[in-house]
Design a protein around this ligand. Structure first.
Ligand SMILES: CC(C)(COP(=O)(O)OP(=O)(O)OC[C@H]1O[C@@H](n2cnc3c(N)ncnc32)[C@H](O)[C@@H]1OP(=O)(O)O)[C@@H](O)C(=O)NCCC(=O)NCCS
Length: 175
């Protein structure tokens, strides 16, 4: 998958990604538009990875590092897999120096394929802060549609904002 000339791939998030992840987690836009706590507590990256590893083992979460030409470029995550609904929530963040080149769109396309083909999910969902124009472009460019807006969501302590729910569904195989 190509993002602005770079080849974008997803690999399971692991210890080797912790260092660049720590830098990404401190980026102002990541703190503004994700559920990462602000300020980040000490040991946040390690605790985050441990949570994703436990979720991976339980089949309820998955976390990938996004690589562009083999180098760390961000994260593509599935913070919740709800098998009773056949649905999963997806999310992503790209390192600031690599933004604006289609890396997030390439990563979300791959993550959506993973959710449909590997995780067997029928409905992929995104929760996007209403002011997050770049993320909404990424969603639209990957074939997601704006389902509804939930007003006044407490995204994390101290931040309440309108949240847009974007959705893409696995086409039903009519064969
Ligand atoms: C959102 C984010 C992942 C986008 O990453 P990226 O690699 O730059 O995304 P892409 O290059 O694939 O696409 C960005 C799109 O947003 C558009 N865009 C960027 N900034 C914009 C802005 N301020 N207003 C409107 N559109 C904007 C770009 O033009 C592009 O759209 P286009 O391809 O239709 O022209 C990145 O900004 C980020 O990590 N933000 C912080 C974390 C975050 O918000 N994650 C998503 C949580 S829902």
């Amino acid at each position: 998958m190509v993002g602005g000339g770079a080849t974008v791939t997803l690999v399971p998030f692991a210890n080797e990604h912790l260092e660049p992840f720590r830098a990404l987690a401190q980026d102002p836009l990541v703190l503004r538009f994700t559920r990462f706590p602000d300020p980040l507590p000490l040991g946040f990256a390690e605790a985050w990875l441990a949570r994703y590893e436990a979720g991976r083992a339980a089949g309820t979460m998955e976390g990938f590092a996004v690589l562009a030409d083999g180098g760390f470029a961000g994260i593509a995550v599935v913070p919740e897999i709800d098998r009773s609904r056949g649905a999963a929530e997806l999310g992503y963040a790209v390192s600031p120096e690599l933004r604006g080149r289609g890396v997030a769109a390439a990563a979300l396309a791959l993550l959506t394929r993973w959710a449909f083909d590997d995780a067997g999910i029928a409905r992929a969902e995104l929760q996007i802060g209403a002011a997050n124009e770049a993320s909404k472009r990424v969603a639209a460019n990957c074939g997601y549609w704006h389902d509804h807006t939930e007003p006044n969501v407490q995204v994390k302590p101290g931040r309440i904002e309108d949240t847009e729910h974007w959705v893409r569904e696995q086409p039903v195989n009519s064969a």
